[in-house]
Design a protein around this ligand. Structure first.
Ligand SMILES: [Zn+2]
Length: 312
């Protein structure tokens, strides 16, 4: 595992202080190196393999088809993902690709997938890709020369199949249920549940001790909690977050508790008449002590503003 330039710890985070980032990396396997390695893979359940990286890429392999979830940043990484998918599949097996959200490290490598790949995503995500995809590609390109090179020539992509709330993929002996449960990290977050394996691939919606990052106007902590409540009904046993360490079903409750705590603190401070800016600072300071092993805490002032908008 390699650690790259510490420009961003999760998708679209603000720049972290180098000391803070080093401390974070000392205790947490958060990969930011933008080039995916060609393995090794981890098998998390009978039909699911994971390539750890920026981001973690999941593969669901059935008897008649394989599903790759996310592409990596740009076509060079997309080609690596497609190559691994082919290696996991029997010769000539159907390949599907879906993307957890429209951010370029998740969807920006689509052009490298072979002809005949069927790309599926939810309609809300496609709308977000169409309206904000280019801005996000430019944002990532401008964050480092390496990213700029990986994203050269990349434009927002289209899906072959769009769905509204749910799409079931029968891969042969295993099903991947693709869900859109509403806005959380982005408006078009897709949740993949591999039914027979009870394995969840939730994009950025369930992470492992990574402070939530909100990137859309329609998103808020309260809406994120609603999405988590729908995920909890699935009762996942294995969870493959997009960034950082893999985990068990308890990650859903852990993510929910953090957001509930954040909203409660925001509600209380707003009731006292504290400004949103001051509340962001206070909550960031308090959570740094309360959640010492968490990352991405620099996003707390921004997410506090979202919590304030929903507070009574
Ligand atoms: Zn993201």
């Amino acid at each position: 595992m390699r650690f790259g330039k510490l420009a961003a710890v999760a998708c679209v985070t603000t720049v972290m202080g180098l000391a803070a980032a080093s401390a974070a990396l000392a205790q947490y396997a958060m990969v930011t190196e933008p080039v995916l390695a060609d393995g090794p893979l981890e098998q998390v359940s009978p039909h699911v393999w994971v390539l750890r990286g920026f981001p973690n890429i999941a593969f669901v392999v059935g008897d008649k088809a394989t599903l790759a979830i996310d592409t990596g940043l740009g076509p060079r990484n997309g080609a690596t993902v497609a190559k691994i998918a082919a290696r996991l599949s029997t010769k000539g097996q159907k390949l599907y690709l879906t993307t957890t959200h429209y951010h370029p490290e998740h969807a920006g490598g689509q052009s490298a997938f072979p002809k005949g790949t069927t790309v599926i995503r939810n309609r809300a995500q496609q709308v977000e890709m169409d309206t904000d995809g280019q801005r996000m590609i430019d944002f990532f390109s401008n964050s480092s020369p390496a990213r700029k090179e990986l994203l050269a020539g990349v434009v927002p992509s289209k899906a072959d199949v769009l769905f509204d709330d749910k799409h079931v993929l029968d891969l042969g002996g295993v099903h991947a249920d693709l869900y859109w449960f509403g806005p959380a990290h982005t408006a078009g977050d897709e949740i993949v549940f591999v039914r027979e394996d009870a394995t969840l691939v939730p994009g950025d919606v369930v992470e492992n001790r990574l402070s939530p990052n909100i990137n859309c106007d329609a998103c808020s902590p309260k809406k994120w909690i609603k999405v988590l409540d729908r995920i909890a009904v699935l009762k996942p046993q294995h969870i493959v977050p997009d960034h950082g360490d893999l985990g068990g079903g308890a990650l859903v409750a852990q993510e929910r508790a953090y957001l509930v705590d954040l909203q409660a603190e925001a509600d209380a401070l707003k009731a006292k008449g504290v400004s949103a800016d001051d509340a962001g600072k206070q909550i960031a300071a308090a959570f740094a002590v309360k959640y010492p092993n968490w990352f991405g805490m620099q996003n707390l002032p921004a997410i506090t503003k979202k919590a304030y908008a929903d507070a009574p």
